[in-house]
Design a protein. Structure first.
Length: 178
């Protein structure tokens, strides 16, 4: 009886909490801007042209030195997108290093090709052309063994799961190993 009440009333509460989570995630603050950039931007507020130019020269010099010493890194949107694609399948903490966790930037699937195949404990170990290694975890039998050069689609599922489909065939559950 108690279990029926938990299932009956607990499920809607969990559903509401899950629906509210994305709204909370969107309200996150952007990661703080590096101090070197703030100091450079502050130069714009100097009224005297000579002092403003001196400030820009000094701050750009310090920014350049920090860049050469690899204390600061710059990345355009395309580089961030490539990096996110390369990390697809790994669970990483949200540090704001690759932009926000915006839904528009989130990668939900990757298409690649098979580079090599080996047998694993629960199915196949498939290395992709992009260098990633995916391991089958559900023990399902694939109708045909994957072949080198075959097209693959890997989609993210719920709760950190991933599914691999070979040329549109039924998918199997996988995890990224490398």
């Amino acid at each position: 009886m108690v279990l029926q009440h938990i299932v009956r009333f607990g499920a809607p509460i969990v559903l509401i909490a899950c629906m509210a989570a994305p709204a909370v995630a969107r309200d996150k603050e952007a990661p703080p801007r590096p101090a070197q950039i703030n100091e450079l931007y502050a130069c714009r507020d100097i009224a005297d042209p000579a002092a403003r130019l001196a400030c820009f020269d000094r701050e750009v010099g310090e920014l350049s030195a920090a860049d050469q010493a690899r204390e600061i890194t710059f990345a355009d949107k395309e580089t961030v997108k490539k990096t996110r694609r390369g990390l697809f399948g790994f669970t990483l903490p949200s540090l704001g290093l690759f932009g926000g966790d915006d839904d528009e930037d989130k990668i939900e699937r990757v298409e690649t090709t098979v580079a090599s195949v080996a047998d694993g404990a629960d199915g196949y170990r498939i290395e992709m052309a992009d260098g990633s290694l995916w391991v089958q975890t559900d023990g399902k039998r694939m109708p045909l063994r994957p072949r080198v050069g075959q097209k693959v689609e890997i989609k993210s599922g719920t709760l950190g799961t991933f599914f691999l489909s070979l040329e549109g065939r039924p998918s199997v559950k996988v995890r990224r190993e490398r």
